[in-house]
Unconditional design. Structure first.
Length: 309
């Protein structure tokens, strides 16, 4: 029979080894950087993510620093340089990172309130405008978000190509606004006549979240309503945004990060709810391969750019 002392000694040795392994990566990474794409204005991102980053620091037992990137490319290049350990990407920016050799792995994906894991790109115009379809906007100004935004550039260009529209010749100006919020603000203020943005459902879009925060006002200062905007184009489904960590982080460190994300809805529900204004369900696991179609999308859009140049 196996000696009970030997069994207990083995269990103790395993526990010690596990603890020592955790201490090893914590000593090597006493603090890490978690970067977020500027899907909304900087202060909004900080307010939304700060409670979750505090939870993550406590759960991992190391300092986690929040960084709001200046643009989508900054997350890509930060991970390429190894300065950003965890990145919150858009689908196209993550695909761009993978396509250009960044060693990063997706580990969880956003899940919508209905359980779906996708969203749409839409074109908004003001409801008071005469524009009923995109073809009505020839010679007008188009607002896009960022060259690496899925719903704010890549999918809109793909959709316009399907419609036989070359945006750089069809519109008077194509303006990159820098964030999804800025694109809607530019439309509301008349800087652009049509703007691309993300849309999950009738009650959950960048527009509805901005309206809930009273960010959109008429010229006389009165609050704008959802009825003041009209969707004239809606894309095919786009896979939701991933969180991704550096591939060469220690395996037990990556496991701890992933588990902390999966545990967040129960361990810190308020911090989790704040990320999506309570709209999202708990994260689910994801792999790099799930973004292969998005890589095909950005290759296609790159091909359009080359033809135009």
């Amino acid at each position: 029979m196996i000696n009970r002392r030997l069994v207990l000694a083995g269990v103790a040795a395993l526990a010690f080894a596990t603890s020592a392994s955790a201490e090893d990566w914590k000593q090597k990474y006493p603090e890490i950087t978690f970067a977020v794409i500027p899907a909304e204005n900087g202060s909004g991102v900080v307010e939304r993510f700060t409670p979750f980053v505090s939870y993550l620091s406590k759960e991992l037992g190391i300092k986690v620093n929040l960084r709001v990137a200046n643009d989508y490319a900054a997350v890509i290049e930060g991970q390429r340089a190894g300065n950003i350990h965890i990145g919150y990407y858009g689908p196209a920016s993550f695909a761009r990172a993978r396509l250009t050799g960044v060693k990063t792995d997706a580990f969880v994906i956003d899940v919508n309130s209905d359980g779906s894991k996708g969203y749409y790109s839409v074109f908004y115009v003001l409801a008071k405008s005469p524009y009923q379809k995109l073809e009505d906007l020839k010679g007008k100004n188009l607002g896009l978000v960022d060259p690496n935004s899925t719903s704010g550039n890549n999918m809109p260009r793909f959709k316009m190509n399907q419609m036989g529209i070359d945006p750089d010749h069809f519109f008077s100006q194509v303006i990159f606004t820098g964030s999804h919020e800025n694109a809607v603000l530019a439309l509301a203020q008349g800087t652009v006549d049509v703007a691309a943005n993300w849309w999950n459902a009738e009650d959950d879009s960048n527009l509805t979240r901005m309206l809930a925060k009273n960010m959109l006002k008429n010229a006389d200062g009165t609050p704008m309503k959802k009825e003041d905007f009209r969707v004239i184009v809606k894309s095919d489904l786009i896979i939701n945004s991933p969180y991704a960590y550096l591939s060469d982080l220690p395996d037990d460190m990556k496991a701890a990060i992933k588990q902390a994300f999966l545990d967040a809805p129960e361990k810190d529900p308020e911090a989790f709810k704040k990320l999506s204004d309570g709209k999202n369900r708990p994260w689910q696991t994801i792999t790099n391969e799930d973004y292969n179609k998005t890589i095909d999308l950005i290759k296609f859009v790159d091909g359009l750019r080359k033809k135009a140049s």
